[in-house]
Design a protein around this ligand. Structure first.
Ligand SMILES: Cc1cc2nc3c(=O)[nH]c(=O)nc-3n(C[C@H](O)[C@H](O)[C@H](O)COP(=O)(O)O)c2cc1C
Length: 173
């Protein structure tokens, strides 16, 4: 079946999508020569419980794309509210600076990850499937190990790290 062309523009679509509140994650892996790579991602979601499968989508314009296309595994860190500064650093900071001063460790399967006890949860994933969809690639990961805390999550809504119900459009909304 052929889809009908949209009757809205990209800005309106972005604004409508912004009505869906999400959590915020940082996803990490490493380059072939073992440099850490990571970025802020809010498109994370659950797919399957048995077997445990999750997904997220990555822009084709992302500098980290080539590394995530090659890596066997990555770690998805669900951020807690006090980790707002990390969400901003891993979205807006230069890739080479993002890990500066941060403690790193390896997940049980060997994947490079943040050594930060504040994370609300983390999932070490096998890089199962990559599916092209428009200007993004959907990454489907099989969760091999995970951990969770009971901290207040960091929330992203209407283009901001906030849950305030906005009646007026925000400047970036
Ligand atoms: C809250 C938030 C959520 C984001 N979610 C995504 C996402 O799901 N997919 C994506 O490709 N970029 C997302 N981004 C943008 C990337 O974090 C940003 O473009 C980053 O600089 C890409 O890094 P890279 O080019 O080094 O790979 C998000 C940014 C923010 C602030």
């Amino acid at each position: 079946m052929i889809a009908t062309p949209p009757d809205f523009d990209a800005d309106f679509f972005r604004s409508a999508l912004g009505r869906f509140a999400t959590g915020v994650t940082i996803i990490t892996t490493e380059t072939d020569d073992h440099r850490p790579v990571g970025l802020t991602i809010s498109s994370f979601n659950s797919v399957s419980l048995e077997p445990p499968i999750v997904l997220w989508s990555l822009s084709k314009a992302a500098s980290s794309l080539r590394h995530f296309l090659r890596t066997q595994r990555y770690v998805i860190h669900v951020l807690a509210a006090p980790q707002l500064h990390l969400a901003k650093r891993f979205a807006y900071g230069a890739q080479a600076e993002r890990f500066s001063g941060l403690a790193l460790t390896r997940a049980p399967g060997g994947t490079l990850m943040l050594d930060d006890p504040d994370c609300a949860a983390w999932f070490e994933c096998h890089n199962l499937i990559q599916h092209e969809a428009g200007d993004h690639l959907v990454f489907i990961g099989q969760v091999e190990r995970c951990h969770r805390n009971f901290s207040q999550p960091l929330v992203y809504h209407a283009g901001d790290f906030d849950l305030t119900p906005s009646t007026e459009p925000l400047s970036n909304d």
